[in-house]
Design a protein around this ligand. Structure first.
Ligand SMILES: C[S@@+](CC[C@H](N)C(=O)[O-])C[C@H]1O[C@@H](n2cnc3c(N)ncnc32)[C@H](O)[C@@H]1O
Length: 330
């Protein structure tokens, strides 16, 4: 275990040049299925990350505001309850909301280390540098990696209790079976009797409110959605006519999740040069780019229990739009 040095930054890069493989595998696998699909992690190149930040500012996009409101109200309480000295964050992005927790940990005199893990290297590095400036005494161990493949690279916990945070409702991007498997993998990072999972989940509500959040009037989410085709064009030498795809977002009432899709406006043949692959789209054929499950208390408790986690506390915003929950290994 490396000693903790205040102000020190370590960044482990687990995504090398060979890691376009992950995109190549996902494109080959996803675009040759009967219902074409690409996983949402490929949205987040530099442009995608910028667009996501803009989405968070939109009046329609309530999740970020609601989660921030919970953290503003309850960060001190979370720190008091957990006694956390260390925060591991999966899909950390710009750590905009996590800062509230880190400041609360610093105020309580516990803060030792922050471990952000994200696929976007620039975000991990910039955030690490800003945070050690902002919070004297903090050390940062960043990981540039894929949380689905690289959880084993999260460094062992130091002495004090640890919170593993998975915010933004990103857990909803997993389909049900892999969601539980992923929660189980997170649970393995937690020491019984000491550590906590802090999980952000979007709540089931009026479908019109959810659909508006994923289909805003100015079209920022539409551009974010289409950006995944720009990523495939650039990284895999493909020739998607990006503007020929229409953004679609709808709430599936039975499964209680929102789906984002891209609908081909006409018949098309797309060449993915790096794979030597031709992909045919029929007129109005759709490519699924994201699911985002919305949670009822039963779904949340059930998923956590299936992963060996006990739900200990659920915190919500004043409008009951979003929930932050604290769980511990059972
Ligand atoms: C919806 S954003 C949420 C960002 C931030 N946690 C928040 O709550 O505002 C998802 C973040 O997770 C990252 N991400 C998505 N899939 C990932 C993966 N498989 N492994 C690591 N990071 C991932 C993205 O780069 C992005 O920063």
């Amino acid at each position: 275990m490396e000693p903790l040095t205040a102000g020190a930054i370590v960044v482990d890069c687990l995504l090398g040049p060979g890691d376009e493989r992950s995109l190549a595998d996902d494109v080959l696998d996803g675009l040759t299925r009967p219902l074409k699909e690409l996983p949402p992690k490929h949205f987040y190149d530099a442009r995608g990350a910028e667009l996501f930040d803009q989405i968070c500012e939109l009046p329609e996009y309530y999740p970020t505001r609601a989660e921030r409101a919970i953290l503003l109200e309850h960060s001190d309480g979370i720190v008091e309850r957990t006694g956390a000295a260390e925060l591991v964050e999966l899909g950390s992005g710009t750590a905009a909301k996590t800062r509230l927790l880190l400041h609360a940990m610093a105020k309580a005199g516990h803060l030792r280390r922050y471990v952000p893990l994200d696929v976007t290297e620039a975000m991990v590095r910039e955030t690490a540098e800003q945070l050690v400036e902002e919070l004297p005494g903090l050390s940062v161990h960043g990981i540039v990696g894929d949380f689905e493949r690289h959880l084993a690279h999260v460094p062992p916990a130091h002495d004090g209790p640890r919170i593993v945070a998975f915010l933004g409702g990103t857990i909803g991007n997993f389909p049900p079976g892999s969601r539980r498997r992923f929660l189980r993998a997170i649970a393995r990072l937690l020491r019984p009797g000491r550590d906590w999972l802090l999980l952000g989940t979007d709540l089931v509500k009026d479908p019109a409110v959810i659909e508006a959040a994923y289909d805003d009037a100015p079209g920022v989410t539409a551009e974010f959605n289409r950006n995944v085709l720009e990523v495939v064009n650039r990284e895999l030498d493909a020739d998607f006519d990006v503007e020929a795809f229409e953004h679609v977002a709808f709430f599936d009432r039975e499964r209680e999740w929102i789906e984002m899709r891209l609908r081909a406006s006409r018949r098309m043949r797309v060449r993915v040069g790096a794979l030597g692959l031709d992909v045919d789209f029929a007129p109005r054929e759709e490519l699924r780019t994201e699911i985002s499950a919305k949670f009822s208390p039963e779904r949340l408790r059930g998923d956590l229990a299936a992963a060996g986690l006990d739900l200990r506390e659920v915190l919500t915003d004043p409008d009951d739009l979003f929930a932050l929950s604290l769980s511990t290994p059972a």
